[in-house]
Ligand binder design. Structure first.
Ligand code: 13P
Ligand code: SF4
Length: 334
């Protein structure tokens, strides 16, 4: 058995405190108790496992979660999501303690834009404004002019004067989709999300044969070939809202499977089928998002570790483009 002090020593290596959790504990009760005792708010992304969503104070997409972090009065923000999301919360609330259940919960898309190559890319395109998707590191945010999410990207691009050249990073699929939607000829960084690139257009076609009434709904991080098949394209929260208002009874959902939990809660009479990946694995589960578990969540709240720690200058530099995003979003009521 690992002792707490041993686990603390190895925390950054393991990503979480590797101490045993008493299997007889009711973790829902414990997490709710810790929230109250510590004045902590628990924010969860739609891609988290259902148990984590069920115990969260707020479940949302990347934009909604940033907005909640920016306005919370809690002393501690517990972020059930991936590293760049918790980092964004820390940038917005530098005086608060921000906890992430597993520090190793990264993002393939954020990893596809390393800082130095990104700096060079930016320097190679002088005069361009840099719009970066929130799925990137704090260092890349600091090299960007405006941050966006899939909920507000189109509106943000539309605020940029027509003659102003734009770099869009790091997601080439979202970028290509936005070029089509806005008619702006943006320079794209060559990054992508491992989960959204895995969907098989051929298998979706076969699924449609068996479910002819089913509508295909897709996240704009998917490849064009999948987006072309979609009846509706949107961020996680837009997909959820669509299924709540739309009249169809069946949906093939081309995004991470975690979102199905809220779709099923909100529309229990409807059927939601995860879009199949192009191989036999469960690759439409994000391996990074799914590193967080109820046990790790409990441990991080109990011991207030692992905590997101950041350099103050980096916080200040990364904050400007995030603030611009929040201002523009507020202006458009997003
Ligand atoms: P949204 O939360 O903006 O829909 O993005 C999905 C995603 O991939 C988050 O990592
Ligand atoms: Fe990153 Fe893709 Fe996972 Fe979202 S689903 S956290 S973009 S790897």
């Amino acid at each position: 058995m690992t002792t707490l002090s041993e686990a603390k020593k190895d925390l950054r290596k393991n990503g979480y405190l590797t101490v045993d959790v008493d299997p007889t504990l009711d973790l829902f009760t414990e997490i709710n108790r810790l929230k109250k005792e510590k004045n902590a708010i628990l924010l969860a992304h739609y891609y988290q496992e259902p148990d984590i969503q069920d115990v969260a104070d707020f479940i949302g997409d990347s934009l909604g979660l940033s907005q909640q972090a920016a306005k919370t009065k809690a002393d501690i923000i517990v972020f059930a999501g991936v590293h760049f999301m918790a980092e964004t919360a820390k940038i917005l609330c530098p005086d608060k303690k921000v906890l992430l259940p597993d520090l190793h919960a990264g993002c393939s898309l954020a990893d596809s834009a390393p800082t130095e190559p990104f700096r060079k890319f930016r320097e190679a395109h002088p005069g361009h404004i840099v719009i970066s998707y929130i799925n990137c590191s704090a260092e890349v945010k600091a090299l960007s002019d405006i941050i966006c999410t899939s909920s507000n990207a189109q509106k943000i691009i539309e605020t940029i004067p027509e003659d102003q050249p734009i770099i869009f990073a790091p997601d080439k699929n979202l970028g290509a989709y936005l070029i089509k939607k806005t008619g702006r000829n943006m320079v794209l960084w060559n990054g992508s999300c491992q989960v959204h690139e895995i969907f098989s257009a051929e298998k979706i076609t076969k699924l449609k044969v068996r479910h002819p009434q089913a509508k295909v709904i897709a996240h704009p991080e998917c490849e064009e070939v999948v987006l072309k098949m979609a009846d509706f394209i949107g961020s996680t929260s837009a997909l959820l809202k669509y299924t709540m208002k739309d009249e169809a009874k069946e949906y093939i959902v081309a995004t991470e499977t975690g979102i199905l939990h809220q779709m099923e809660i909100n529309s229990p009479e409807k059927t939601f089928i995860p879009a199949p990946p192009n191989n036999a694995c469960a690759c439409n589960n994000c391996p990074h998002m799914k590193l967080n578990t109820l046990e790790k969540l409990y441990l991080c709240m109990e011991y207030e570790e692992p905590e997101i720690l950041m350099d103050e200058q980096l916080i200040m530099a990364a904050r400007k483009p995030i603030d611009r995003m929040l201002e523009i979003s507020a202006r458009f009521g997003l």
